[in-house]
Design a binder for this molecule. Structure first.
Ligand code: ADP
Ligand code: MG
Ligand code: ZN
Length: 619
């Protein structure tokens, strides 16, 4: 994130100098003397007396319990030491031998210094060490540091000038409209107050992952000239019960002081889950949620604190959170439509060098169903590809290839299909396309390839719908199921055997068929009764059955019947057009890729040269 952030106070440099100094002093006191000691030869008192007798001693230093002395023997000087013994005649003897000798001069240390060294220094050392250790341990436990218990660690952005603006968010016009109103209110509250309007206290951004919810909140921060607190729901969750609640309290206290301001809670479902009253439920989470509810009631909306939150699981949120006066405004941030995709591509294309003649409309069409994050990724992949190929800018080809990379993974050069497998994959993919084409009499595909991808797909068909539509008729759904079974049908018609290559098709066909029967009321027996409930609509859409056992059995049977009918239909279509099937499959086999136009040209040619299966089966 951009903008001004409050950073934790850094330790001044002097702190580190001090540590170095202490280490040096310790070295000086402990290590250096002991090293020097080692080079001194230890002798017995007897030897010492002998040396005096022989007048070999040059210098002597008498300390309270050690005697250091130097001996000169054959021109070699050695330093020796010996323990001091109560010897009354020592001074006399030394005097006689003519050695230079002296006693220990008592060190005069100021009392303050010695007090500092012997008392204060160790205490300070222990305190510093203890704090450092406890901080390290807190970090290890995931806590915010010993000194920050119960403090919110919301990041504050004030006047972030380098931040993201609304213009960086493409599409999502409705969401931007609503958020602009909030920003406007915070800039000119008088206008709204005069007319007596009060703005919603909270707005909830909901939508599938990667559609730009967090981005929108950042854009609000960039546009609003007011403090912006940003925190993620997971940051409230603590190890100790009550800590999250304390953080919420602290966050709102700060927000109230800084009002007018915006508070943004990302991924609010972490703390906002329904309280289900289970015994031994998550106490900490519930307390945090309760505190949030209380705080949201507690503050005065006219003061100008607006709370934004984002989630992709709105159905799991506690209803209390959604009632008027709390997050009463829900801002849907949906997957972009064709125009939205085009705009998002253009926004991101500004960040890279790109050829002039790139047709973003075509790319947007090919990337149907992609989220904003995926589109950003597609543009980036294109730039990477351009660099890899040594080009200075990205081209249309780069973008098209990167759509496939994002959807299906990289080309897997190392996987080599046997010729027989390649032929089967060709027939399988053409089977899909041909069934689709014959049902609608229009170009069903953008492109078909049989180059293996890292996602595991051995080949795939890129479908592009000319016009986006949001309603589907029963016939269209049935046709779609037939198309999905077309791959397997082609294998059956041509090879009279089946492979594992259809597993993904089977999954999708089953899902569609189930949906038609249990949720869309498209079977005669159940009329308009829902047999399944969908939860998590933004995250894959798990569904749970809501009917009796007998009905479940009936549903299963109906699903099988539906798919079987369409499968038979697909097989019939392929048998009726077997010549074209062979011709197209051979073309795909030879070229590995076929575009929608090439497909249609071959399909509409009247002349079909006889093609014998025997020839291909030799492969
Ligand atoms: P989420 O909805 O999961 O919070 P994000 O806001 O984090 O998604 O979006 C991820 C990325 O996708 C953004 O950083 C941005 O690059 C891109 N993106 C998503 N939606 C848009 C959009 N409408 N316009 C431009 N970029 C977008
Ligand atoms: Mg997000
Ligand atoms: Zn298939």
């Amino acid at each position: 994130m951009n903008g001004k952030e409050k950073k934790p106070v850094k330790k001044p440099l002097i702190f580190y100098y001090l540590i170095v100094l202490v280490v040096l002093m310790l070295l000086n006191w402990l290590i250096v003397p002991s090293v020097m000691e080692r080079s001194i030869q230890k002798t017995s008192y007897r030897e010492f007396l002998d040396s005096i007798e022989n007048k070999e001693i040059k210098e002597v230093e008498l300390e309270s319990d050690v005697i250091y002395y130097t001996v000169e023997k054959d021109g070699e000087v050695t330093v020796c030491k010996t323990g001091r013994i109560d010897d009354e005649n020592l001074v006399e003897r030394l005097d006689e031998s003519g050695a230079e000798f002296s006693g220990e001069i008592p060190k005069k240390q100021s009392p303050i210094l010695s007090f500092l060294v012997s008392w204060i220094f160790p205490i300070v050392l222990f305190v510093v060490l203890g704090q450092w250790l406890s901080k390290k341990m807190m970090k290890g436990m995931g806590g915010p540091g010993a000194m920050a218990f119960g403090k919110s660690n919301a990041k504050i952005y004030v006047n972030s000038s380098t931040g993201i603006k609304f213009s960086d968010v493409a599409g999502e016009d409705e969401a931007k409209e609503l958020l602009k109103e909030i920003v406007d209110y915070l800039h000119k509250p008088e206008l709204y107050r005069d007319i007596g309007a009060s703005l919603p206290k909270g707005a909830l951004l909901v939508g599938p992952p990667g559609t730009g919810k967090t981005l929108l909140a950042k854009a609000v921060a960039g546009e609003a000239n007011v403090p912006f607190f940003s925190i993620s729901g997971s940051e409230f969750v603590e190890m100790f019960v009550g800590m999250g609640a304390a953080k919420v309290r602290d966050l709102f206290k700060q927000a109230n002081e800084k009002a007018p301001c915006i508070v943004f809670i990302d991924e609010i479902d972490t703390i906002g889950k329904k309280r289900d009253g289970q015994i031994g439920g998550n106490d900490e989470r519930e307390q945090t949620l309760n505190q949030l509810l209380t705080e949201m009631d507690g503050f005065d909306g006219s003061k100008g604190v607006v709370i934004l939150a984002a989630t992709n699981r709105p159905d799991s949120l506690d209803p209390a959170l959604l009632r008027p006066g709390r997050f009463d405004r829900r801002i849907p941030v949906e997957l972009p439509d064709l125009q939205g995709r085009e705009e998002i591509l253009k926004v991101h294309a500004k960040k890279i060098k790109i050829g002039d003649n790139v047709n973003f409309h075509e790319i947007a069409k090919a990337a149907s169903g992609a989220s904003g994050a995926e589109l950003a990724n597609i543009v980036n992949e294109a730039a990477l590809r351009a660099v890899r190929d040594g080009r200075k800018f990205a081209t249309q080809m780069d973008l098209e290839e990167s759509i496939e990379v994002v959807i299906a993974g990289y080309q897997k050069k190392s996987r080599v299909l046997s010729n027989k497998e390649k032929l089967i994959v060709s027939y399988h993919e053409i089977g899909h396309a041909l069934v689709a084409a014959k049902q609608t009499e229009s170009a069903p595909v953008h492109k078909i390839t049989i180059i293996p991808r890292t996602s595991g797909a051995l080949g795939y068909t890129m479908q592009v719908e000319e016009k986006e539509h949001f309603l589907m008729t029963k016939e269209e759904l049935e046709n779609k199921i037939a198309t999905l079974t077309g791959g397997r049908a082609a294998e059956e018609v041509v090879f009279h055997s089946i492979t594992t290559g259809a597993s993904n098709d089977i999954e999708q066909a089953t899902k569609l068929a189930r949906g038609m029967i249990t949720r869309f009321g498209m079977s005669d027996d159940f009329d308009m009764v829902a047999m399944e409930n969908v939860s998590n609509q933004y995250l894959g859409g798990d569904s749970s059955l809501a009917c009796s056992f007998e009905t479940q059995t009936l549903i299963d049977k109906k699903v099988v019947d539906l798919v079987r009918t369409q499968h038979e239909k697909a097989k019939k279509i392929l048998q009726d057009n077997i010549g074209k099937l062979h011709e197209l499959a051979k073309y795909l086999y030879d070229h590995e890729t076929i575009t929608g136009e090439e497909f249609m040209t071959i399909l509409s040619e009247t002349k079909t040269e006889p093609f014998s299966l025997e020839k291909t089966e030799e492969l």
